[in-house]
Design a protein around this ligand. Structure first.
Ligand SMILES: C[S@@+](CC[C@H](N)C(=O)[O-])C[C@H]1O[C@@H](n2cnc3c(N)ncnc32)[C@H](O)[C@@H]1O
Length: 247
């Protein structure tokens, strides 16, 4: 996958996107990420990228001529859709990450200050994504969040792709709890079943704990999900455990 990012602060991306798993994905040519400085497309000697809003009011707005010059330059290299990061976009989730991970090319446009001239959104933006109902100073952190979530779903990026399949949200549930050595830590034991070596019992335990975690923390996810017979049975057991604990 090729990802181009249009930003006033390309330096923000270098450290984050070249570290750890994403860095390895780029070294292995599974992913190419390039951050462009919108300021390089300014037309005047002061390299102006923003201007005061028509109608007055606080803050500055990114200029359409400069931003569109940048978009058009990048579109000649990357044919992907242009995604504008904005709190007004549709809220990003794992389902969206899975669908964007199928794309071969993507372009992310990061706003700053009050945002971008609305005509850019009307004429040059294909999609708008928010990372949640709060307002950040710029689109850089949101773009990093979305790129990270997408990149780890590209086949080959994670060492073991099964881990992405079992992650929270991947199958509509939160993931089960994890443990590692030592088996006893300050009086707290690892659940015995995980030491049993019995793969079927471990699978069942994990499914039950995933259902428990989801029921307690995100019951809204359970309402949206069709449970199969085994999951229904295990959920009954979770509810029975809960009743017994309260007695
Ligand atoms: C201060 S915000 C502008 C907010 C804008 N005035 C509004 O009220 O919708 C500056 C930039 O940060 C980015 N941004 C802020 N919060 C965001 C969020 N929750 N999701 C995605 N992008 C966000 C956008 O690119 C936006 O153009």
């Amino acid at each position: 996958m090729r990802i181009d990012i249009l930003t006033l602060f390309p330096e923000m991306f270098s450290e984050v996107l070249s570290s750890s798993i994403l860095g390895r994905a780029q070294a292995n040519n599974l992913l190419t990420i390039h951050a462009w400085n919108i300021r390089d497309f300014a037309f005047d000697k002061h390299r102006t990228v923003d201007d005061i809003p028509y109608g007055g009011g606080a803050g500055m707005v990114l200029k359409p001529d400069v931003v569109v010059a940048c978009i058009e330059h990048v579109k000649a290299i990357n044919s992907g859709k242009v995604i504008y990061m904005t709190p007004q976009g549709s809220v990003f989730d794992q389902t969206k990450a899975q669908s964007l991970a199928q794309e071969a090319n993507l372009i992310f446009l990061c706003g700053h200050y009050e945002g971008i001239d609305h005509r850019i959104r009307e004429g040059w933006v294909d999609e708008e994504i928010s990372i949640g109902d709060y307002v950040l100073t710029g689109g850089e952190l949101p773009a990093m969040v979305v790129i990270d979530a997408i990149a780890r779903l590209i086949p080959g990026v994670l060492g073991d792709q099964a881990s992405a399949r079992e992650d929270s949200f991947a199958n509509g549930l939160l993931e089960y709890p994890h443990y590692t050595r030592p088996s006893q830590f300050r009086g707290r034991m690892v659940p015995e079943v995980l030491l049993s070596g019995n793969h079927e019992l471990i699978r069942k335990w994990r499914l039950k704990e995933a259902l428990r975690m989801t029921l307690v923390r995100r019951p809204d996810l359970l309402k949206k999900r069709q449970l199969n017979d085994e999951e229904r049975q295990l959920l009954q057991q979770v509810l029975a455990d809960d009743c017994n604990e309260r007695r």
